[in-house]
Write a protein that binds this ligand. Structure first.
Ligand code: HAM
Length: 421
């Protein structure tokens, strides 16, 4: 029979890697909690319209990358390419803004983008996503960026570069966009890729995001949005930088960074790792002050970020610390001993001990070999004869030292020894 394989760009996370995911997620949960963030779990599928409206009709994500389909009831649905839109939808739908002035939320889970798969780029990938609603003060931008950097460092990432920019607001854009269009028409016409030619009229800011080399070299000389900031956005950006300095967060300003989603206003940021290849963005985020109202909610400011879990994990040193370890292997010889071992193994597990046994009544040598394979620290050995004599053997699998344990004291004495080691 022909094998059925996974879909291209969709990857299994095998047990040795899922341990690392679990560790990273636990660090995130603990840190976010101390900053007052609470978990929200949103569906992985939404009405297509939600992403079209929030991310932007003319972004790469919406134009080319979404998994969109009609279900059997002809509803137009999309597997979420990111979590921000879904969280805002939930925030509005559950009137969360009415309950508290500031709402801090995070979610962890899979996102879907039909990009060309390559190292660090998948079609299903996991994000740790954070959103804060209701605060527009520059301290909150610095708080969110500080939390992100603190989390990445705590997860074990060091070689990081934080880049920030300001994308202005509805007051700055009407001055900036015509300047970019003018520049592109004069300098770029005829040399830009077909997508960017089209973007001149539909969404000129997106040209900044183009990965085609000729477009990137043209954009290098384009007007910078930070030269067009209104006084409020300029003051906000300057204060964000000052608060980041106060928190000893180093950063550089990347005036070309616009981020791939349309909803950003004011502060935008990206964290890159110097140890990753082409797909070096570990995290990205920014402020989106108009988005909640644009999706039908009240005028509430927001800021957030998302970390790509697979990329974060790819930056971690390969410690091989994830090999599964067993505390104790129960090696039983004979019918009566096997029966006793079955109860004992499960009793030990109930006490939180990682215990294993073999049901096939193999030779002692074969059973000890299995204990080694399972990376077991100890083996408890007994046969029908030892049960009669009421003495079992406890063997340290590393030092090979052995001691006897009264059968009547099992599992109590084993639990004690294992917990005290
Ligand atoms: P994003 O920059 O599109 O932002 O994605 C955030 C992170 O997800 C990236 O920095 C990267 O690490 C990871 N990522 C993105 N695409 C892929 C992929 N195809 N394969 C593997 N990893 C990937 C957002 O998604 C925004 N929603 C972030 C945000 C939250 N802004 C405000 N709040």
């Amino acid at each position: 029979m022909e094998k059925i394989t996974a879909i291209r760009g969709f990857k299994d996370i095998l047990p040795e890697d899922s341990d690392t995911f679990w560790k990273v997620e636990t660090i995130a949960r603990n840190i976010f909690k101390s900053f007052g963030f609470r978990e929200i779990r949103v569906p992985i599928m939404e009405k297509t319209e939600l992403f079209q409206r929030s991310i932007g009709e003319t972004t790469d994500i919406v134009e080319k990358e979404m998994y969109t389909f009609s279900d059997r009831g002809n509803d137009n649905l999309t597997l979420r390419p990111e979590a921000t839109a879904s969280i805002i939808r939930a925030y509005i739908e559950h009137n969360m803004y009415a309950a508290e002035q500031i709402t801090k939320l995070f979610t962890i889970g899979p996102m879907f983008r039909r990009e060309r798969p390559q190292k660090g780029r998948f079609r299903q990938f996991n994000q740790i996503d954070v959103e804060m609603f209701g605060e527009d003060k520059p301290q909150s931008d610095a708080e969110v960026i500080f939390m992100l950097m603190y989390f990445l460092n705590s997860a074990g990432l060091n070689n990081l570069e934080l880049e920030i920019n300001s994308l202005g607001c509805g007051k700055c854009r009407p001055k900036f966009s015509p300047a970019v269009i003018d520049f592109l028409l004069k300098t770029g016409k005829g040399s830009l890729c077909p997508d960017c030619e089209r973007r001149i009229n539909t969404n000129p800011l997106r040209v900044f995001d183009c990965k085609v080399e000729t477009c990137a070299s043209i954009i290098a000389n384009a007007p910078k949005i930070i030269d067009f900031l209104c006084p409020e956005c300029e003051e906000h950006f300057s204060q964000v930088k000052s608060f980041l300095n106060d928190l000893s967060i180093s950063f550089s300003i990347n005036t070309r960074m616009v981020r791939g989603l349309d909803y950003y206003t004011k502060t935008a940021f990206e964290v890159k790792s110097t140890v990753l290849g082409a797909q070096n963005a570990v995290a990205g985020g920014g402020r989106y002050n108009g988005l909640v109202s644009f999706l039908g909610g009240p005028e509430v400011p927001g800021i957030g970020f998302a970390v790509g879990c697979e990329r974060l994990i790819a930056c971690l040193p390969d410690e091989n610390s994830n090999a599964f370890k067993t505390d104790i292997f129960i090696a039983a010889l004979g019918k009566q001993a096997q029966k006793k071992a079955f109860g004992l193994t499960n009793e030990l597990r109930r006490a939180g001990v990682i215990a294993e046994m073999d049901y096939s009544d193999k030779s002692l040598k074969a059973q000890l070999k299995k204990a080694d394979k399972l990376n077991s620290s100890f083996a408890c050995i007994f046969g029908d004869k030892e049960i009669e004599e009421k003495q079992a053997v406890l063997r340290n699998m590393h030092t090979k030292e052995q001691q006897t344990i009264p059968v009547d004291e099992l599992p109590k004495s084993l639990i004690k020894i294992l917990k005290e080691r």
